[in-house]
Write a protein that binds this ligand. Sequence first.
Ligand code: GLN
Length: 305
Amino acid sequence: MELLLSELISKNRYWTSFGRVATYIPELKNADQNALGIAVVDMDGNIYKAGDYDTKFTIQSVSKPITLMLALMDYGPEYVFEKVGMEPTGDPFNSMRKLETINPSRPLNPMINAGAIAVASLIKGKDNQEKMNRILGLFRKLSKNPSLDINENVYFSEKKTGDRNRSMAYFLRDVGVIEGNVEDILDLYFMQCSIEVTCEDIAQIGMFLANHGLVKETGEQYVPKHITQIAKTFMVTCGMYDASGEFAIQVGVPAKSGVGGGIMCAIPNKMGIGVVGPALDKKGNSIAGVKMLHELSKQLNLSIF
Ligand code: GLN
């Protein structure tokens, strides 16, 4: 396996030069354009890694299916899906154009920014500190990495420049999708996006989803199975934004990408995969990461369809 992964890295690193690191969050400019790394965790907990697997990056949108699970555990699907829909948008992740044109006005799904901000407003806790501790606690548990933390530079950078998200959040309060202090909700969202990880961390989280919410070592059903199914289904239909259809055909696995260059995959009953490659394609997905996953899926016959 490790040999296969190393081969895929050498073959696909070339693609990194065709992408661009995200710059709309100024701090993300500092990412290594040419980095490419991968980690695979199988059902027995074996870990295989290759390339720049120790590159650190912020989780960004890869966090969205996980906070969705927390909101679903806090409020149940019925209430959550009154606030956010279940349908793909066909639009970029930060688009706001359908927010006003659909009736009733609400984000189309929890994987776009507007939907994830609505989800952040549904995390329970007496204050933002407690809410963030619950989010961070969940990520630490699922990644099996108790030292996961926030990259403060990225957090402050996005907080300072995140006017597009800010405008969507105020709009969402106006139409009654979110309630309470908008700046606090945005803060929570920016913090969740700024959790710093490696591809091994997200491979572990992918493995947890692949194992339907069961912690293998302890036999503990940490997240109910039906909630992990909802998360994985959104990963298939909306996880790669407006490239989700193409990715489903080419790779065929539940996956979630982020503008930090991460892609997390959860292949049911098989494995979790984490990829890092900060050079992004036009839709905001790791350009070399997608190419590499395409080939890995072909070689290991990973498509779930
Ligand atoms: N924090 C980023 C944003 O809100 C997350 C987007 C992403 O990873 N696609 O713009």
